[in-house]
Design a binder for this molecule. Sequence first.
Ligand SMILES: [Zn+2]
Length: 337
Amino acid sequence: MKRCLKCIMPDAAAGIKLDENGVCQLCKEYKEFIPKGVDELCKEIEGCVSKDAKYNCVVPVSGGRDSAYALYYAKEILGLKPLAVHNDNDFETKIATKNLEKMTKTLNIPLVRVSSKTQVIKKIVAEKFKKNAFFGVGLIVEQTCEACKYGFESASYNTARKEGVKVIIWGDSVDESTVPYHKLFTHKKPTKLQMLLSPGVLNLFKYKYYFKKMKKEYGPNSPDGLKEIHLYDYIKWDRRIIVDTIQSKMGWSAPKESATSWRIDCSLVPLVNYLTEKAYGVSKIEIGFSNMVRGGKMDREDALKQVEQIKKNTNVDELKKFIKQLKIPQTIIDKVL
Ligand SMILES: [Zn+2]
């Protein structure tokens, strides 16, 4: 298999073409992302944060590294009084739970945990998996994270409103986004009619039912009246600084057996990573790493080594067992994996 000589995109990835110099389109079209800077960040939040309030910002945290650093940055660098909010998406890893406890305790920041008593996100993920399986793996991986995203947003917005907080500080970053790749290639979505005529139509209705239930349990996910800050739009996303800081100042850790410190917070990640490779010829982690290499945030050799390690660690039998727990029928598991 050939890979782009600048990043690590494999030529087997759908939509990717290497030129005569062995360079992919993403590298050729790449424009460096310049953060807006700390001054701009301070200007944005000035006037929205009250010094006398008990809390003056909400930081949604997953237990993963980037949101952990956002929490650190809010309290220790910006001098804010954050409230950490976490949505337990029913797939939280043990290490994420441990990190959440450790880091909020170390920095003395209260943690609000939101979850569903009936494991509604798990049910949504399972029904979605079943309804989408009839339209190929591409659709499954594209839509897995929808309910968790809803949960994080509504938990953060509603907690902020309840506590009189006006600012939400998110820890997502463009350096890790898979959007540039998916602009090149994405699988076609089925029409509503195709969905209604498919064998998964019952799962479609179950999915809609559970989502309605989730909205009732969690409340709306409207950011109206709140200021949303994406921290890494303003400060440089630097993997080494982030990992060093959260390890030494917050007691954060990645599992020993993990080849990467990225996305250790959700037990769906290995499955989505593997299925992305099935659907697109490139795993989700590889897409993320290739962005980081392209942006000068990761060494190319390191990225290749980690990708190899992750591939070696992938255990398809374990993934099958994992999906079985979601009560996905064997016929669908065999079809998809
Ligand atoms: Zn490239």
